[in-house]
Design a protein around this ligand. Structure first.
Ligand SMILES: Cc1cc2nc3c(=O)[nH]c(=O)nc-3n(C[C@H](O)[C@H](O)[C@H](O)COP(=O)(O)OP(=O)(O)OC[C@H]3O[C@@H](n4cnc5c(N)ncnc54)[C@H](O)[C@@H]3O)c2cc1C
Length: 532
């Protein structure tokens, strides 16, 4: 029974995860309130409106599969969809399934507290809402807590500054300006070529060079689209059972067993095809340093061939971490942009930033005067948005305290001590190592089945046991450490946020394997959970 402020479920976030969760909860006949900090739907694609923002997973893969009508009627225009098109798509979904009426926009959830006696969550917002709900589902996103680095003097900068993850909705025109951009991760790699074409001068401040693949983006081939649509069910099945949530040509062979010229041909073929999936060229690229070196060296040669100035090429070349262990980027003309006369690169490993000044950025050797500054400095990934809220479980236990040494979950979905709380694509699930729409749908479907089962058994509460959580955390770590991933100072490891514990957060066992584990847990009566 639900009173006015007594809901069955609260969902936090109205990106891909929150919207689909709402749709499924409605399907169960539950009363649901969604809270969303932004004033529209879309999450990532609502906030990240920087020039060049685009999906790295192909359009036919990066879309919902839950409605065949939806996937048949929607037409993507490009091989990789740009941010405005994805935002249009998700708005279409919100309208088509009449989702907006249960979403309260421009409203940030500040706390969620579990009441042991009533076995309900009390959720409060920055707009004064206070609601009570049996279930609390976090759809707050892995990459939604934008990080502006705490550089001395930042507040003194006289011009406008922007973070790629909070881009002004009206866009920014850099024509004729001197622009500085700090950071060279995925968002920077997408935006630098475009900003360089507008700005009079662009200064790129780089701490860590990245490996980036050409996208070879193009108009979507209508024949390919028809072929996929004709067999979409099978296409989606294969994606769900794959390692990363979409199908790439995957070899079971060792890079070290291949002859050097054969290996070169294989890498070249993949470079020409473009996009993600390069590290699937051989089975051991992400597990053997020696195998990885062969792939990394291929990239290094490519960078040297594209970038004319050898010093700039050297600075752009990653040398101190294995390929693929930081998120592989996908670009259009990134390296070639450094051949332009109006673009310069500042290598912060050699000359670190000392301060931001009213005029620009001062390193240990020079001051670079700029009119505008762009922070392409990423996110407090996977845990940032969750820990921004004051989440308290049984006995007042704060999630911030529980996770002080790094996130701990069961299946990336639930946390011991926090009954009836679910984290969609939470830490300890494949999440950011996958096509996230596949991972989101899997979690939402699992949670929906779980709630249906609780109702069928007339249970009010489900909670992960401490033992199951411990075993899962150990498994996630063990699998992570079988790979080269922990060797990189990446945001997967929490390394981009000062003071954040260094833990490999996502589950790398593969999307298909992970799904099977979750299904087995459910089929066996939710082993590792207590139902009451
Ligand atoms: C630039 C960029 C490019 C990306 N490219 C890809 C890609 O190529 N392929 C891929 O698979 N994934 C990509 N991702 C990951 C992307 O985040 C996911 O694919 C997907 O959009 C996540 O959806 P979500 O609903 O889980 O989270 P989000 O889209 O992040 O939505 C979460 C929502 O929760 C809201 N929220 C958070 N905290 C609160 C709170 N306390 N109160 C109220 N609301 C709150 C936020 O405002 C946000 O709208 C990319 C991410 C970024 C940032």
């Amino acid at each position: 029974m639900s009173g006015e402020n007594d809901l069955d479920a609260v969902v936090v976030g109205a990106g891909f995860a929150g919207l689909y969760m709402l749709h499924r909860l409605r399907g169960l006949g539950l009363s649901v309130q969604v809270f969303e900090a932004g004033d529209g739907v879309g999450g990532t694609w609502y906030w990240n409106r920087y020039p060049g923002a685009r999906c790295d997973v192909e359009s036919m893969d990066y879309s919902y599969s839950f409605s065949d009508e939806l996937q048949q009627e929607w037409t993507w225009t490009e091989r990789y969809a740009a941010q405005p098109e994805i935002l249009k798509y998700i708005n279409h979904v919100a309208d088509r399934f009449d989702l907006r009426r249960d979403i309260k926009f421009s409203t940030r959830v500040t706390s969620a507290v579990f009441d042991d006696a009533r076995r309900r969550w009390t959720v409060q917002t920055d707009r004064g809402d206070r609601v009570s709900a049996r279930f609390c589902i976090m759809a707050t996103g892995c990459l939604s807590d934008a990080q502006v680095p705490d550089i001395k003097g930042r507040e003194t900068f006289a011009g406008p500054w922007y973070h790629t993850g909070h881009w002004p909705h009206g866009g920014v025109d850099f024509t004729g300006q001197r622009v500085g951009i700090i950071g060279t991760g995925s968002s920077a790699i997408q935006s630098i070529p475009i900003i360089a074409r507008q700005a009079s001068q662009l200064v790129v401040f780089q701490r860590t060079p990245n490996y980036s693949m050409p996208a070879h983006n193009a108009a979507l081939d209508p024949e390919y689209e028809q072929r996929v649509k004709a067999g979409y069910a099978e296409f989606r099945r294969q994606a769900r059972e794959s390692r990363i949530g979409f199908v790439v040509e995957r070899s079971g062979d060792s890079a070290l067993a291949a002859a050097p010229d054969e290996r070169e041909r294989e890498y070249e073929k993949r470079w020409r095809r473009g996009g993600l999936g390069f590290s699937a060229a051989y089975a051991d690229i992400l597990t053997s340093q020696e195998a990885n070196d062969t792939a990394a060296e291929f990239f290094r040669k490519k960078i040297r061939a594209i970038v004319r100035d050898p010093d700039v090429a050297a600075a752009l070349t990653p040398t101190d971490y294995p390929l693929g262990t930081k998120r592989l980027c996908v670009d259009t003309d990134y390296y070639a942009t450094f051949n332009r006369d109006n673009v310069s690169l500042v290598d912060l490993r050699k000359t670190p930033i000392e301060a931001i000044t009213p005029r620009g950025v001062r390193t240990t050797v020079a001051e670079y005067a700029v009119d505008s500054l762009v922070f392409a400095t990423g996110f407090d990934a996977m845990t940032g948005a969750l820990l921004k809220m004051d989440i308290r479980g049984r006995g007042g236990l704060a999630l911030r305290d529980k996770w002080a040494a790094g996130p701990r979950t069961y299946l990336g979905l639930a946390v011991a001590g926090f009954p009836n709380l679910f984290t969609i694509t939470g830490p300890g699930s494949p999440s950011v190592l996958s096509n996230m729409i596949v991972s989101i749908e899997q979690h939402v479907d699992w949670i929906t089945d779980c709630l249906r089962e609780l109702r069928a058994q007339d249970r009010q509460c489900i909670e992960a046991t401490a033992e199951a959580e411990e075993a899962w955390v150990t498994h996630v770590n063990d699998v992570g450490h079988m790979t080269l991933y922990p060797r990189a100072k990446s945001w997967y490891m929490g390394a981009n946020v000062p003071g954040k514990p260094r833990i490999f957060m996502p589950y790398i066992g593969g999307v298909g394997v992970y799904r099977q584990k979750c299904d087995e847990v459910a089929a066996a009566g939710y082993v590792g959970f207590t139902l009451s």
